[in-house]
Design a protein around this ligand. Structure first.
Ligand SMILES: [Zn+2]
Length: 251
């Protein structure tokens, strides 16, 4: 199994063992806002920690960790231009499979501009992009997010993440991969099953978004368990829990 969106830097060493024991072989850890990202040096320390520390901590527990690096909408530093300038050199690291997570939180002008610049960078570098959708004003901000995606990058290069029942209808035909984030207070395993039942298994992959917010490192295997109990076949289960993410990120 693959957990396609985690924040490994916020989790204890033991979580990686739990994930490996439950059958998760691979995960993608995304850059975010673990601190007040006041200046770009804090952003670089965060990216370096992911590349130099978290990948190793996971590997020691049998979990292959890949990285997505970028400027999260909640981590726009005063001197964000410097972070944007240095981002391409960080993306050259062999463990990096995407720019992310990027996107909009409140849809301010600066968020929109930095989001556009990173999508254009992904388009130029032919890299995938992991795009966040927020908890507040989710529907409205997702509309703005999808229109910015459509104007700046081939949607096939993008995953729109944290898709739930409230926005699935708005993003199902965008042409992007869709991330179903199963996380306490966000979406239950059974809600994910009902979305898959209605929309099919081809456009989605599962993730936990495990972070310092209420989280479950076993979200993906627990959701797989619920899908099995609901009677879906092995092939479809493999698609959402492994194959779609592996193909998207070329793992
Ligand atoms: Zn996240």
């Amino acid at each position: 199994m693959i957990d396609a969106h985690v924040h490994a830097d916020t989790r204890p060493y033991e979580d990686f063992e739990k994930m490996a024991v439950a059958g998760i072989e691979t995960a993608v850890t995304c850059a975010h806002d673990p601190l007040r990202m006041s200046v770009s040096d804090v952003v670089f320390d965060h990216w370096n920690r992911i590349l130099n520390n978290d990948i190793k901590r996971a590997a020691e527990n049998g979990l292959k960790l890949y990285a997505a690096l970028g400027i999260h909408p909640r981590s726009i530093s005063e001197d964000f231009e410097r972070a944007l300038e240095k981002l391409p050199s960080f993306l050259e690291n062999d463990s990096v499979v995407a720019i992310g997570e990027i996107g909009l939180e409140t849809a301010s002008e600066s968020e929109k501009n930095i989001f556009k610049e990173q999508l254009q960078l992904a388009e130029t570098l032919k890299m995938k992009a992991i795009v966040h959708t927020p908890r507040s004003n989710k529907k409205e901000i997702t509309w703005i997010t999808t229109s910015i995606i459509e104007e700046n990058i081939d949607p096939k290069m993008v995953v729109i993440d944290h898709v739930d029942c409230t926005i699935v209808n708005d993003v199902i035909d965008v042409g992007a991969m869709l991330g179903l984030t199963v996380q306490p207070k966000k979406m239950t395993p059974d809600e994910a099953v009902s979305i898959l039942d209605e929309y099919g298994f081809n456009k989605f992959y599962l993730d936990s978004d495990m972070s310092s917010s209420p989280s479950d490192p076993l979200s993906v295997p627990k959701t797989v368990h619920r899908i099995k109990l609901a009677g879906f076949n092995e092939k479809d289960i493999r698609k959402v829990s492994n194959d779609n993410a592996a193909k998207f990120f070329e793992l």
